[in-house]
Design a protein around this ligand. Structure first.
Ligand SMILES: Nc1ncnc2c1ncn2[C@@H]1O[C@H](COP(=O)(O)OP(=O)(O)OP(=O)(O)O)[C@@H](O)[C@H]1O
Ligand SMILES: [Mg+2]
Length: 609
């Protein structure tokens, strides 16, 4: 899987876009945080000035120094400092939570609007994982980064300003160690972050190997892969050990290294400052202030450089999130249509929930390809009369599912048209079309929740009785009742606790509960045993009455009763007609029927014996 969305625009200026997006709705929080950070920086600087004043007074006034006054001042500063720190930690925490929430919400909402073709190119699991972890990382960096930058940078500037005012020459000397300090801190931070990332990557690979070996234990045993798995695991653990040790070494060397530089600066200040004190050009208090400030400088320096390095490392995340938010859904209502919908809405007419019925459907010379130069449908033309049932037959990969995907407008034809009631279906609101459709997909998907809620998903207003009626209509009621908790049975993630046949029946009930005008079933009965299928067949007749239907099935018994059987071959219609007509033609359908008839008869004989 690639590390970016395929249609990602140049993510230049991604930070700017992101910051604007985060800043606008949280202005107040940002401002409060900045004020608190600045206040903390000011108080941080003041402490040393009090110390300086005390020392100078002690030297000059001796016992007459107002120690109590200074003590109280110190206490006030301390209390304000504590209050500010408490406030900014709370504010930054809140800001980071708010940002994370809004980033995730926006990304999820956006993902829901994107077209199927987007998901063909980007694995959903990977997308979701990136979004969740990227947004939390970004939110943290922005909230705490804002805090550290607005505290650290003014503090550094403030300290230097005070030093230069107190003693210009000495101030310049201390200032001299600054570039060195920044360079060392930067190099270390980049190296540490890079190494931590490597450790994390190895760790997740290790977890995956571990996980697979355990969940795939049956397969590995059968294939005698245990030795090999163990070797892989050992190799990765060794790499992890070396990477972790290196990371530890870097982290532990960082602080002492910085300390050496700071202490050198202090040493120089002490030496030169001491000389000045001796000749009386510098007060003792100022020297103490110089020493303390030089040491105080270390904290903001470390924080700011760490945050800057992190900011740089997060750029990739930001680009990913912004890139995703900027991907346009390929299939959506045209701007004119959107304008029309809102114009009519203002007049009290609802285009989306319009009652208008779907009468005729026509495929006119439809051509379609998932990938350029690999045509899947070629000049596909088909007329569907109101209420007709269409059966699509053909070899695997011939394009049957693609036909119904286009009908549902999950994809759109690249050339040719699909007409509904004689009008190109792109001229109708997408939501209107999809609300008229009931779909049972080849790979049925159930959501986590009860069976009841899964069926109700097709019509959120349905009562329990309606849900049960839908289940009865497709004969899944008895099957559900036999389960331990009946309709309240919990569907596990992806419906793993149900058989594919059960899942298909449940999604069939879900499809018909919305009373759709067009019913699309992609091999909905392929995983149901012959007996269940027969029951389903009978109920199907009733359900399909008055609806247009597209049924894809490999079992010919399912399609025999269709009004029109369409034999699809390599994306083209080979034959078309009802069962009798096609048999009489003695063509592809005839051959298929003969072959299938034999196997199905054999199957029946086998199940009976
Ligand atoms: N999402 C996709 N991206 C790229 N190619 C696809 C995609 N879906 C289907 N195809 C390709 O399009 C062709 C037609 O696929 P389609 O799923 O329509 O066949 P089908 O007739 O439904 O087959 P089956 O009977 O196996 O379900 C195949 O060659 C398939 O590999
Ligand atoms: Mg298919």
């Amino acid at each position: 899987m690639t590390d970016s969305y395929n249609s990602t625009p140049a993510a230049k200026g991604a930070w700017k876009v992101l910051f604007r997006m985060c800043y606008q709705p949280n202005k107040a929080l940002f401002h409060k945080l900045i004020v608190m950070a600045l206040a903390t920086a000011v108080i941080d600087t003041s402490f040393t000035l009090v110390t300086k004043a005390v020392v100078d007074d002690l030297v000059e006034l001796g016992a007459q120094t107002n120690l109590l006054g200074y003590g109280l001042l110190y206490l006030v500063l301390l209390l304000s400092f504590v209050a500010c720190v408490w406030a900014f930690i709370r504010l930054a925490g809140r800001l980071s939570t708010e940002l994370m929430y809004s980033l995730r919400k926006q990304s999820f909402e956006h993902l829901q609007r994107l077209s199927f073709s987007f998901y063909d190119q980007n694995a959903v699991g990977w997308l979701l994982a990136r979004i969740t972890s990227d947004s939390s990382r970004i939110a943290n960096v922005i909230a705490w980064g804002t805090l550290d930058l607005f505290w650290g940078v003014p503090l550094i500037i403030g300290i230097f300003a005070v030093l230069l005012v107190l003693n210009f020459k000495l101030g310049l000397i201390v200032l001299g160690i600054l570039p060195l300090l920044i360079a060392v801190a930067w190099v270390f931070n980049v190296k540490i972050l890079k190494s931590s990332r490597e450790v994390r990557q190895t760790n997740s690979r290790l977890t995956a190997v571990y996980n697979e070996s355990i969940s795939g234990v049956q397969t590995s045993k059968v294939l005698v892969r245990e030795e090999e798995n163990l070797r892989e695991f050992k190799g990765d653990t060794k790499t992890m050990y070396h990477q972790s040790m290196y990371n530890l070494l870097l982290s532990s060397a960082f602080y002492p290294f910085i300390n050496v530089f700071v202490s050198l600066g202090m040493g120089v200040a002490l030496w030169l400052g001491g000389l000045e004190v001796l000749v009386g050009t510098l007060t003792l208090g100022t020297l103490v202030a110089f020493m303390t400030y030089t040491r105080t400088l270390m904290d903001p320096m470390l924080e700011v450089s760490a945050k800057l390095a992190e900011l740089q490392r997060t750029t990739a995340c930001v680009e990913r999130v912004i890139g995703l938010l900027e991907v346009k859904p390929e299939i959506e209502d045209s701007d004119e249509l959107k304008a029309e919908i809102s114009r009519l809405k203002a007049m009290g007419i609802d285009m989306v929930n319009h009652e208008q019925d779907i009468e005729t459907i026509e495929f006119v010379d439809v051509c379609f390809a998932y990938k350029a130069n690999e045509p899947v449908l070629k000049n596909f033309s088909l007329n569907v009369a109101p209420g007709a049932s269409i059966a699509l037959v053909g070899a695997t990969g011939s394009g049957k599912s693609t036909v119904v995907s286009l009908l549902c407008r999950f994809y759109e034809p690249q050339s040719g048209q699909i007409l509904i009631n004689g009008k190109d279906y792109r001229q109708y609101p997408l939501e209107w079309l999809q609300s008229k459709l009931g779909i049972v997909l080849q790979t049925p998907f159930l959501f986590t929740g009860t069976i009841m809620s899964n069926i109700r998903y097709g019509n959120l207003d349905a009562s329990d009785a309606q849900v049960i009626a839908a289940a009865k209509a497709v004969n899944v009621h008895d099957i559900i009742e036999q389960m331990e908790h009946g309709y309240q049975t919990q569907v596990q993630e992806g419906g793993n606790n149900l058989s594919t046949g059960q899942k298909q029946l449940i999604s069939f009930a879900r499809a018909i509960i919305g009373d759709p005008q067009i019913l699309v079933m992609d091999e909905a009965t392929s995983s149901v045993d012959t007996q269940t299928e027969e029951i389903l067949q009978r109920s199907l007749q009733a359900v399909l009455k008055g609806r247009t239907s597209f049924v894809i099935a490999h079992r010919l018994s399912t399609i025999r009763s269709a009004d029109t059987i369409v034999v699809v071959d390599h994306g083209e219609i080979l034959e078309q007609g009802n069962h009798q007509q096609l048999l009489a033609q003695q063509g592809a359908y005839f051959n298929l029927y003969q072959k299938q008839f034999q196997t199905e008869q054999q199957e029946e004989l086998l199940t009976q014996s």
